[in-house]
Design a protein. Sequence first.
Length: 140
Amino acid sequence: MELLLIINILSSFMLCGVIWLVQLAHYPFFHRTDRDRFREHMSFHKVRVSFIVMPLMLTELGTSLWLSLMADDFILLHRAGLGIVILIWLVTFFTSVPLHEKLSGGYDEPTVQKLVNTNWIRTLLWTLKSVLGILILLRL
């Protein structure tokens, strides 16, 4: 159980770091990307980011589910963490992914701005999930 907790907290911390980088640097850079090569840039972005993020998201989801069902300690924190992870997945697949798909057709300033704005939801949720991990670590 301790190993799953460590894996869960590490995946949340890594995802939190990635989302802050994406939020503050990567997504705003979309406005500065060469418009003639924007589709190519989006294709590159989707593949490379997915390669990094999807294994971490699946790990975080799986370990959050396991901990919320099987842990003996911190059950409320684990269930809150699972709830946060589920919200992240919902925002990702019902907001962020469709916006990325729209941008695959080419640069569109309102769509990029909507991506930046709505990504704050995931940024704050992953930050909150990481704070829960810190709370659990402090209580151990």
